[in-house]
Design a protein around this ligand. Structure first.
Ligand code: ARG
Length: 256
């Protein structure tokens, strides 16, 4: 019994070691397999979203162009935004493109490529609602969980409470339903949401912070990072990036 228990202990220790030793696929392994596995969320228009059953958006198109540039096929994995950094650590995909702004906190857990666009967080509220940072004093703000909007909303002095939602459409719905006084999200996402719903009586307010948005990949995978940066640089040089940026934003979204 004693020996068996010991053996069991050793066996589970060995399988634990095998799990933690599982390596993120390096560039050579990915290249040999012929397919890049990429995660996104699918609820963050115009960056990554569904048009019917089709995954689309600026980031979906950008990633497909980069992967094609690298000579590989593409496999999408749809993963909730707040689970992406943790699942990257479990090697369920090679990189994620889902509007991750660079933060020092995230950089402790994952690597960031060069940015594929620059943007900022913005307030939206009802016309007579709190449309500036100062006006948020004593108010309730809704944000998507796991985002830089949450971090920044928590820093605003005097905010009464910050409510979190699983995805941004729910944060917007909460504002419409008067469960919150304001919503903080990406400025382009807000622009598009308001344009599509002119009857909702929601307007865009002050910009709260700026951020550089990149693809994220598992740490210590320098070759993969280099290839993704090379692919991004290529599509920025050959006009693909500009065409997509004009299509989705009617302007150049790259970081200048
Ligand atoms: N840019 C924000 C951040 O870095 C929000 C990203 C949310 N992305 C998404 N696919 N919902 O946290």
């Amino acid at each position: 019994m004693h020996t068996f228990a010991k053996w069991l202990g050793v066996a589970s220790m060995a399988s634990l070691l095998a799990i933690s030793a599982a390596q993120a696929r390096d560039w050579n392994t990915i290249k040999t397999s012929g397919t890049m596995v990429v995660a996104t969320e699918g609820a963050f228009a115009p960056f990554n979203y569904y048009e019917g059953t089709k995954l689309t958006g600026f980031e979906v198109d950008i990633a497909e162009a980069i992967v094609k540039q690298l000579g590989l096929k593409m496999e999408w994995k749809v993963v909730p935004f707040d689970a992406q950094i943790a699942s990257l650590g479990q090697d369920r995909f090679d990189f994620a493109i889902a509007s991750h702004g660079y933060t020092e906190e995230r950089a402790k857990a994952v690597d960031f490529t060069d940015p594929h666009y620059c943007t900022g967080g913005q307030i939206a509220a009802r016309k007579d609602g709190p449309l500036t940072v100062a006006a948020l004093k004593g108010k309730t703000v809704g944000v998507q969980i796991g985002t830089s909007y949450l971090d920044n909303a928590k820093k605003i002095p005097g905010v009464k409470s910050v409510k979190t939602y699983k995805a941004d459409p729910e944060a917007y719905a909460a504002l419409k339903a008067r469960k919150t006084d304001a919503w903080i999200s990406d400025r382009w996402l807000i622009h598009e949401t308001l344009q599509k719903n002119p009857e909702a009586g929601i307007v865009a307010g002050e910009h709260v912070f700026v951020e550089r948005v990149s693809m994220i990949l598992r740490k210590n995978n320098p070759e993969l990072k280099e290839q993704l940066n090379r692919g991004l640089a290529e599509i920025m040089k050959n006009g693909t990036y500009q065409a997509l940026s004009q299509k989705y934003f009617k302007t150049d979204a790259s970081c200048k």
